[in-house]
Ligand binder design. Structure first.
Ligand SMILES: [Zn+2]
Length: 114
């Protein structure tokens, strides 16, 4: 599993983040949790490096997937924030974007940009 390729490499506040669509022990152990984020190291400047695992159960392009991605990235942006804040904010932001018409396109995610 650790040899699998991330679906995206990005940065949040200069911190490298790799996003995977896979089951990990953490995701599985949490049962209903559709995503999981963890610190996996630090880069040369001491910034944290992160891994976000999305459950393959998440339907690709669904609102639920959008909520989960925003949720996990908000943890990266503000580690230590309480779960209720992250939960409510990510849902509100995702639902707002959804109502504005934002949807996943058929284009594959790319590593471009960073
Ligand atoms: Zn959370």
């Amino acid at each position: 599993m650790s040899a699998s390729k991330p679906i995206l490499r990005t940065k949040i506040l200069d911190q490298p983040v790799r996003i995977y669509r896979r089951y990990t022990r953490e995701v599985r152990r949490r049962g209903a949790t559709l995503g999981h984020v963890k610190i996996w190291g630090r880069d040369r400047s001491g910034e944290r490096k992160w891994i976000v695992d999305l459950s393959p159960d998440l339907q690709d392009g669904s609102l639920e997937e959008l909520i989960t991605v925003i949720h996990e990235l908000m943890h990266v942006a503000d580690w230590g924030r309480d779960e209720i804040h992250i939960d409510r904010s990510s849902e509100d932001i995702a639902r707002t974007l959804w109502r504005l018409g934002y949807r996943k396109s058929s284009q594959d995610a790319t590593d471009g940009g960073h």
